[in-house]
Write a protein that binds this ligand. Structure first.
Ligand code: MTE
Length: 325
């Protein structure tokens, strides 16, 4: 249920569950999810009740569980929201949480253009209601060697694709982040050529694991995590998961992505998590799970495709992943 106020649409106070309670409830949900895939019948779920939040307050999002979720222990909320890469707000891990308060997340529009039959703009409320929201608990692996397990909320990017109808010539998707120096203090640094651009091959974008993401831990996305809408591509290094998206373009050419442009020998277009292919300056064979693995502890092995090989390996059949890294 919603309360409509002068400032926008807000959840009823009774709908906002204290996080500790919510987190314990999640264990029950996960157990249920492991037992039966009842949600796949599509019968029991209404559209998400809460579609929007006032700019100031994080609003709860209701989402159905997903069979794509991992059962691994979730990274604590304070680490998910306090240890971030979002260079538009600075390069220290604490900078995004400290400096992203200046980002205006409403109103917000995402322009979808290029090789599509129906190019158009989507407002953020429309994106929140475009398809049933799912909770996807994904392993995330950063190219720097750390990992997290994050309960994202969103729906497959393929849902958006259906609405705009890519043409036969569309082979890739490019997605672009906001770059407004008035709101993003980190843009003063020349660490990357702004705006932040990432991309996928169209079959990667259409893969059911690729999530257009609007929330985490039961709430709308915090700014430091890419509010109000971002990509999440769990079998690739984290930098492919572009934040705070404003433009999505379907194209016939492989997009020139920010990290590939900055250091092509170090960051390839594909950037699939692959312990067999080292970064030129460090091995990718192991990782440290934030919030769990101490600095003196032995690191845990990294899994090919971040453990999602069963779902995605076929996308790369016949490709040499040492060359197409
Ligand atoms: N998106 C933008 N616009 N700017 C960035 O600096 N960093 C990327 C990715 N998306 C980045 C970005 C990197 S390197 C990682 S590891 C993930 O965001 C981190 O996402 P998280 O902070 O929500 O965990």
């Amino acid at each position: 249920m919603l309360l409509r106020t002068r400032s926008g649409v807000e959840p009823l106070p009774s709908e906002i569950t204290p996080r500790p309670l919510y987190e314990s409830r999640r264990a029950v949900l996960r157990a249920a999810a492991a037992g039966v895939a009842f949600w796949s019948t599509g019968a029991a779920y209404a559209a998400p009740a809460v579609r929007a939040a006032a700019d100031a307050a994080p609003a709860k999002l209701q989402a159905r569980p997903s069979s794509y979720s991992t059962m691994e222990r979730q990274t604590p909320y304070k680490d998910v929201t306090g240890y971030n890469n979002f260079y538009e707000f600075g390069t220290d891990k604490e900078d995004p949480a400290r400096f992203s308060g200046s980002l205006h997340v409403r109103p917000w529009t995402v322009s979808v253009e290029g090789l599509v039959a129906r190019p158009r703009q989507f407002g953020i409320d429309e994106l929140l209601g475009l398809a049933p929201l799912e909770e996807r608990i994904y392993r995330m692996r950063c190219v720097e060697g750390w990992s997290m397990v994050i309960p994202w909320i969103g729906y497959p990017f393929a849902e958006l694709m259906k609405r705009v109808e890519p043409t036969a010539g569309a082979k890739y998707v490019e997605y672009v982040t906001l770059a407004d120096p008035a709101q993003m203090s980190g843009l003063r640094s020349g660490v990357l050529a702004w705006p932040y651009v990432e991309g996928l091959r169209i079959d990667e974008a259409a893969h059911p694991l690729t999530l257009l993401t609007l929330g985490l831990y039961g709430e709308v996305l915090p700014r430091q995590n890419g509010a109000p809408v971002r990509m999440v591509v769990p079998w690739k290094y984290g930098f492919k998961s572009g934040k705070s998206l404003v433009r999505i373009r379907f194209t016939d050419r492989q997009p020139v992505t920010s990290w590939n442009r900055a250091a092509p020998q170090e960051y390839g277009f594909y950037s699939n998590v692959n312990p067999e292919v080292s970064h030129p300056r460090w091995s990718q064979a192991t990782e440290r799970r934030i919030g769990e693995d101490g600095f003196l502890q032995r690191k845990r092995p990294t899994l090919k495709f971040n453990g999602y090989g069963e779902q995605v390996a076929s996308l790369y059949a016949g490709m040499d992943l040492h060359k197409a890294f």
